[in-house]
Design a protein around this ligand. Structure first.
Ligand code: SF4
Ligand code: SF4
Length: 146
């Protein structure tokens, strides 16, 4: 899939390599038109980032992050869908249905919004393992800073 007119990772991710903290638009982002430095000096890390929507071959456009206001990433050896919610929005019914679909497909789902985590466990999956994988995801960028 393509990002099309989505730019939400330029807001929700901790883009520390551009001094852009999570929750604020990167200063190089024009939310409607994309990265203003794309053709000049877009960092490799930005180029390489793919959310779950982007990585899928087919996906309902209503789940594109700029439409549903959530960025899903696969973590935990692809067994967990980690959802970063735009703090300016609530979870909508499209996302609610998708969470159920992920659970049906055997994924656990963790929703992160404004520092709060909500965990939906797939059958038979232990909570401590999910917590450990989420901790790794949260520390990933922190460790990269060091
Ligand atoms: S959040 Fe996903 S779809 Fe949106 S710009 Fe980033 S990678 Fe592309
Ligand atoms: S440099 Fe460009 S692609 Fe990277 S976060 Fe900023 S606006 Fe987005």
């Amino acid at each position: 899939m393509k990002c099309d007119d989505c730019t939400l990772c330029c807001k929700l991710l901790d883009v520390f390599w551009m001094d852009s903290p999570a929750g604020k638009w990167c200063r190089h982002c024009d939310p409607k038109n994309g990265c203003k430095i794309y053709n000049l000096a877009i960092p490799q890390r930005c180029k390489e980032y793919k959310c779950a929507y982007n990585a899928m071959e087919k996906c309902n456009p209503s789940l594109r992050p700029n439409n549903c206001h959530v960025i899903f990433e696969r973590i935990g050896e692809n067994k967990i869908m980690f959802g970063l919610v735009d703090p300016d929005y609530d979870i909508n019914s499209v996302v609610g249905k998708q969470i159920k679909a992920f659970l049906k497909d055997g994924f656990s789902v963790v929703i992160h919004r404004n520092g709060t985590f909500v965990v939906h466990r797939a059958k038979g999956v232990e909570l401590p393992w999910i917590k450990q994988e989420v901790k790794k995801r949260m520390e990933m960028f922190k460790n990269d800073r060091a």
